[in-house]
Design a protein around this ligand. Structure first.
Ligand SMILES: C[S@@+](CC[C@H](N)C(=O)[O-])C[C@H]1O[C@@H](n2cnc3c(N)ncnc32)[C@H](O)[C@@H]1O
Length: 249
């Protein structure tokens, strides 16, 4: 299916069409017995390719994950949830920071992503609980987490689900707990290397984010009840928003 009106041999059109193909014909044959859960979010079922695509977007992925964990101010002993955790790369670094007394959970609506996250945690000997779950209705009780992370996932949700998801994040955070939302930003121009990263953003589905950047999340974070909201760029491709759940709740 050619969704874009440009000339079919235009490189950008070709990338879009490859991504359309990946979404439509996800190579998840090894997990064919897994049934996706019902969600209005856009799942990534081509999980086995995901860890190859991400460095194109993030450059030094480990450094990016460490920056994310530092922005979230995770402390040893914290209980942390990563929503839309994908293949678990961020949760693994969060667990290093939370330490042996900390507990880290990752949820994703894509069973293929969760399967890979579980494999990676087992290989790393890291005690993280990964489970299939949806941000629409997180299967955790109220007031459980010191920190909730959402990395590169909000652009996979329609606007009403962004608000619903942020309300769910607020519910499961402890009073005084922190949310950190990281997502991709639109950008124009730049060097060849930056353009390659921009293509990677498109591969992430970021083309749908171009009119929907991180600044637009700030009022939604506020409406969900968060206070002390901060927002800034991380690098050319990504920005973040943080907020606190009032300690006197
Ligand atoms: C671009 S990936 C980001 C993965 C990971 N957080 C990272 O930083 O690399 C977005 C993820 O959101 C997941 N997702 C989409 N809708 C969801 C929903 N309603 N609930 C939970 N996860 C969802 C997708 O399956 C996908 O794994």
């Amino acid at each position: 299916m050619t969704r874009h009106n440009d000339h079919p041999h235009n490189p950008r059109t070709m990338v879009f069409n490859i991504i359309d193909w990946l979404h439509a014909h996800h190579p998840h044959h090894q997990f064919h017995n897994r049934t996706p859960v019902e969600t209005k979010g856009r799942l990534i079922r081509w999980a086995s390719l995901y860890d190859w695509v991400v460095p194109l977007l993030l450059g030094d992925e480990r450094a990016f994950r460490q920056t994310t964990v530092a922005l979230a101010q995770i402390k040893p002993g914290d209980t942390v949830l990563d929503v839309g955790c994908g293949t678990g790369s961020l949760a693994l670094v969060a667990k290093e920071q939370a330490g042996p007394t900390g507990r880290v959970y990752g949820i994703d609506a894509s069973p293929e992503m969760i399967a890979i996250a579980q494999q990676k945690a087992a290989q790393a000997g890291s005690n993280i609980t990964f489970q299939v779950d949806v941000i629409e209705r997180l299967s955790f009780p109220d007031n459980q987490f010191d920190v909730v992370l959402s990395s590169l996932m909000m652009h996979h949700l329609p606007d009403d689900l962004k608000s619903q998801g942020l309300t769910e994040i607020y519910r499961v955070l402890k009073p005084g707990g922190r949310v950190l939302v990281v997502d991709v930003e639109s950008s124009t121009g730049g060097s060849l290397r930056q353009k390659v990263k921009d293509i990677a953003i498109h591969m992430h589905g970021g083309h749908r984010l171009m009119q929907n950047n991180v600044k637009k999340l700030v009022p939604l974070v506020e409406a969900a009840g968060f206070i002390n909201i901060t927002t800034d760029k991380i690098n050319r491709q990504t920005s973040y928003v943080t907020g606190l759940k009032d300690a006197i709740h």
